[in-house]
Structures are given as structure tokens and as C-alpha cells.
Ligand binder design. Structure first.
Ligand SMILES: Cc1cc2nc3c(=O)[nH]c(=O)nc-3n(C[C@H](O)[C@H](O)[C@H](O)COP(=O)(O)OP(=O)(O)OC[C@H]3O[C@@H](n4cnc5c(N)ncnc54)[C@H](O)[C@@H]3O)c2cc1C
Length: 304
């Protein structure tokens, strides 16, 4: 397949960007990942639609991503089309107690908009570097709250190009899971229902949450947040630390000494190095603590 030629063809049809053989390390917060054959950053819903038609016509595999903040892309990269919502499609506005935004809008920006409108509910999200679409698919949450509980409706387009509005009753959310996972749909827009609050209280809560993250998480390095889901009644970080793995490294991938459930990229970590650390953690924690940890990060693409 001549990806450069296909990129040129698709570029004619879109306002957004189309890149051939695009290194995914520029599109993930871990700064890791081999090339996507075609990477599309749409600017409009029409761009998304055109990309889906093009993808179907050429019978290419397709994957949607947001800000790549929960992804381990392996070193061989991703075959077919990666449609990146983060970067474009990010309009957002308030309507009464509702916040309506496109799938590529960033949670910290939405949290700030809610604060400016004296609306409460998104304080937990101020430090999560996710798009609204990625957050809804993963049911992102922190401090005992999650995005799923705020969702009032979601507008999606399926890979055939059919648009649909899903109401709250048609969606289910649980710990880092939603019924929208693995459904071959793209979240174009969503409506969140917030509650009136007091600006000073909302601002104070956000500051406290940001400073908690600064103190507890290795934000000075590229990461994908928590690598493993917390098992029921316990913490993955505690188990990894108890297994003596804090600071353990593989090349430039290091189990954070600040928070053992984070793997940091010290510079030029590869997908293979991170994957090896993930497997090592699973084996050692299982041997020593009897718990098989399940990754929260999604491992995608091909090994080299
Ligand atoms: C420093 C740091 C802190 C973090 N803290 C938290 C935290 O407190 N709580 C938490 O839950 N997570 C946290 N995360 C992880 C991450 O931000 C969340 O999992 C988030 O939901 C991923 O959003 P994203 O836009 O980056 O999605 P991506 O990582 O790009 O994609 C995640 C999944 O969503 C799908 N997807 C993305 N966008 C769309 C769309 N528009 N339509 C359909 N499918 C889509 C992708 O196909 C993929 O399956 C953190 C990450 C980092 C780097």
C-alpha cells in the first residue's frame, strides 16, 4: 500500500491534517509508539465522515484515539487509519447547567469552563490529560467520582458513517469501563449535566486535587497515568511496592519511585521495554502477593 499516495488523496477531501507513516510517539503521553500508516486529525464532523467513507472504500482497519493518554502503542506501530480526535473537534459551551463539548475537547479545559460558570461536578477531572471522548469511553475518574455519572447524552458516528444520539439510559458505566468500549463508534459530542456551585469552593477543590497529583504522581515524566486497575479492596501501587519493584527499570522505562503504579519514560523508552516491565510486574506481584494485576492502559499496535 502506498500510504503517501493515500494520504494525498484523503488530504484533498479534508480541512484537517493527514499524515502518512506518522510516529505515534508524538501522539501518546508516554511518548512511545511506532508509526500509524495514516494518521488523521479531523477539524470538523464532515472530516470524520469523509475519513470513514475513505477507510471503508479502501477496506482499511480503523482506530479512534483521543489524547493517547491511556495507550501503549507498540514499536511496530498501528496498521490502517488512526483518527485522532484530540487536537481538532474541541468546541465547548455551557447551556444552563449543561456543558456541551466535542469529543476532542480536553477535560482540564472543560473543568475550567465549568468553574467559570460556577458549575460543580468536574473538579475531579482538572488534572486528567484526556479528551472528553476518551474519558467517556474509559469512564475516567478520580477522587471517588467519574465522568460517566455526569453524562446526559452522547452523539456518536459508527464506522459505517451513521450518526446517532445515545441517551443516558442507553449507556452503562462502571470502574474504568463503559458500554461504548470496542463498539466501532466515534464519540463526536457529549452533554454533561453539572450542578450549580460556589466558584470559590470549586476553585479550592480543583487546586487541592492538582496539588495532590503533583505530590503523589511523577508528572515531570511522560506516563500514561496508572498502568494497572486497582483490584477490589486494594491498590495496584501498594502491591507493586510490596513486591519490591519500585525503581525497577528496563532501558529507559522505570517503575516510578514516587508512585509504583506509574511507569515513567526517562527519555527514549520503547514499547517493548514498557511491555516487559508490565509483564514483570504481573509475574512478581502474582508470585509474591497472589494477585494478577490487570492493565488499565490499552496495549495497541504491533511489536517490531
Ligand atoms: C498524568 C496522567 C494522569 C491520569 N490520571 C487519570 C485519572 O485520574 N483517572 C483516570 O481514569 N485516568 C487517568 N489517566 C488515564 C487517561 O487520561 C484516561 O484513561 C483517559 O480516559 C484517556 O483519554 P484519551 O483521550 O487520552 O484517550 P486515548 O488514550 O487516546 O484512548 C483511550 C480509549 O478511548 C478510545 N477513544 C478515545 N477517543 C475516542 C472517541 N472520541 N470516540 C471513541 N473512542 C475513543 C480509544 O479508541 C481507546 O480505546 C491519566 C493519564 C495520565 C497521562
Amino acid at each position: 500500500m502506498n500510504w503517501q499516495e493515500l494520504a494525498n488523496q484523503l488530504r484533498q477531501k479534508l480541512d484537517g491534517q493527514v499524515l502518512a507513516n506518522a510516529p505515534m510517539k508524538h501522539h501518546t503521553t508516554w511518548r512511545v509508539g511506532g508509526p500509524a500508516d495514516l494518521l488523521v486529525i479531523p477539524q470538523t464532523v464532515k472530516d470524520v465522515h469523509e475519513t470513514l467513507i475513505f477507510t471503508k472504500h479502501h477496506q482499511l482497519p480503523m482506530m479512534a484515539i483521543g489524547n493517547g493518554s491511556n495507550l501503549l502503542v507498540l514499536d511496530g506501530g498501528i496498521r490502517g487509519v488512526v483518527l485522532k480526535l484530540g487536537g481538532g473537534l474541541k468546541s465547548q459551551y455551557l447551556d444552563g447547567n449543561f456543558l456541551i463539548a466535542e469529543g476532542g475537547a480536553m477535560l482540564p479545559s472543560l473543568a475550567r469552563m465549568a468553574l467559570n460558570g460556577s458549575l460543580s461536578g468536574l473538579e475531579f477531572a482538572v488534572g486528567i490529560p484526556a479528551t472528553l471522548g476518551g474519558a467517556i469511553v474509559m469512564n475516567a475518574g478520580a477522587f471517588g467520582q467519574d465522568i460517566g455519572s455526569l453524562v446526559s447524552q452522547v452523539e456518536v458516528i459508527d464506522f459505517e458513517g451513521k450518526q446517532q444520539i445515545l441517551s443516558r439510559d442507553e449507556l452503562t458505566f462502571s470502574y474504568r469501563k463503559s458500554s461504548l468500549q470496542d463498539k466501532n463508534i466515534i464519540i463526536l459530542r457529549a452533554t454533561l449535566q453539572l450542578k450549580p456551585g460556589i466558584s470559590e469552593d470549586i476553585a479550592a477543590s480543583m487546586e487541592a486535587k492538582l496539588s495532590f497529583r503533583n505530590n503523589m504522581q511523577p508528572l515531570e515524566y511522560p506516563t500514561a497515568g496508572s498502568v494497572f486497575r486497582n483490584p477490589v479492596g486494594d491498590y495496584a501501587g501498594r502491591l507493586i511496592e510490596a513486591a519490591g519493584l519500585k525503581g525497577h527499570s528496563m532501558g529507559d522505562a522505570v517503575i516510578s519511585t514516587k508512585h509504583a503504579n506509574f511507569i515513567v519514560n526517562r527519555g527514549n523508552a520503547t514499547g517493548r521495554e514498557i511491555l516487559t516491565l508490565i509483564r514483570t510486574i504481573q509475574e512478581r506481584v502474582f508470585e509474591q502477593e497472589g494477585v494478577m494485576l490487570v492493565p488499565e492502559v490499552l496495549i495497541v499496535g504491533e511489536e517490531r
